[in-house]
Ligand binder design. Sequence first.
Ligand code: B12
Ligand code: SF4
Ligand code: SF4
Length: 410
Amino acid sequence: MSDSTAQPTPSTQLAPLHSLTPAQLGELAVNIKIWGKELGFAQIGICDTDLTAEEPKLQAWLDKGYHGEMGYMANHGMMRARPHELHPGTKRVISARMNYLPPEAGFAFNLKDPNLGYISRYAGGRDYHKMIRNRLKKLGDRIEAELKNLGITKPNSRPFVDSAPILERPLADKAGLGWTGKHSLLLSEEVGSWFFLGELLIDLPLPVDIPVTEGCKTCVACIKSCPTNAIVEPYIVDGSRCISYLTIELQGAIPLEFRQAIGNRIYGCDDCQLVCPVNSKAPVTDENDFHTRASLKQPQLLELFAWTELEFLKLTEGSPIRRIGHARWLRNIAVALGNAPCSEAIITALKARKFSDEANDMVIEHIDWALAEQAAKQDAIAQDEQTIALVNRKTQRVIRSVEKGLPRDA
Ligand code: B12
Ligand code: SF4
Ligand code: SF4
């Protein structure tokens, strides 16, 4: 059929983005926040793309080697602080946060019992990356549909969550979603810090939000409680000392100096957030997907250690834990078993694992360490010496702080 009679395509009839008036942009910003909530985000804020003030701080962090083996942190030069380079044309960042604190978090219960594995509470449910990116994409679609209704052309937008080379926390800070705590995470007076961040980069000159005033004041609880002293200065975390890095990001052996301090934390760590007084008002997530799955709720270390690779893959399907693979999972649990009370069952399990097909050299080295720790405790008991404290003093303080400050989540 000839197209000589075809109507002009709708896009040729649409006005350019710059024809939006300030009033229309203001109304759009209000609507974006409403649509964000409808999509399950707890809060949305908007900021420009200027992070020049962060560049020297990021460079200093990299120069000190605080990224450890996280080569991806150094790979993109200063692009992390230049969202308009990451997605050319970007004028604004729509920053979103989604709460993840699961019900019945049982923090203190879990940390108190060295026979249980502690899994950071962001990781007990579904992996957040895909889910948040999809919701941000929907927000972009909603903005596009609204503009189309107004007779305006399609904006250029792109969602990012976590793994993109972009400084999410400083952007969210600028967008008014909270202040940067001394533990370097974002938190807010009303909701604490148990939330993920994500962004929609967009080429619309939307009105921006006002940052929140910092609220840590004289508190230093997070700095004092970090099991590995990773918060080296207020607001600065040496990533290479953080248990989250040691148990998730680090591919090889966990340095000896940190093994005892790791305690029973087998995937990530929450201590700096557990002692934070601002978290006393934190809401539980509305997302069922972030609820802790049964197999990961207060799990016995010995049960987790017995999982075959197939079981590991099956039981962590859709969870962020799957990313570390079975070998690192065994590595982490071996450390926790070394820190657990002296027990024949643990020694037998460690020996059985050592001679199984699934233990590589790295895992075997951690098992040997754990066996030596178990043997030292056995000797101490035999000689009637005072046993090594099973939950170290710092952790005991964290436990007390949770029982007092976060009774609902204890
Ligand atoms: C790399 C990384 C890590 C590393 C390094 C952590 C770190 N602090 O950098 C490791 C693996 C250790 C880690 C751990 C965790 N992470 Co992480 N991580 C990231 C990632 C991918 C990049 C962070 C980054 O850019 N670091 C580089 C350094 C330079 O940035 P920075 O720490 O913010 O440093 C700034 C400050 O030092 C600041 N600064 C310096 N001096 C001063 C002085 C003042 C007064 C102020 C205000 C600031 C300031 O300037 C620096 C540059 O901006 C982001 C996602 C992303 N793409 O942004 C998630 C992210 C920061 N992580 C997140 C989470 C949840 C965690 C954990 C809680 C997970 C867990 N439970 O195990 C822990 C918390 C540890 C901690 N206290 O930081 C969330 C944080 C959400 C929030 N509420 O803020 C993010 C945003 C992921 C997400 N999309 O939700 N993480
Ligand atoms: S997550 Fe744990 S190890 Fe990392 S900074 Fe916070 S308290 Fe320290
Ligand atoms: S524990 Fe204290 S210093 Fe640390 S983030 Fe919370 S309020 Fe700030």
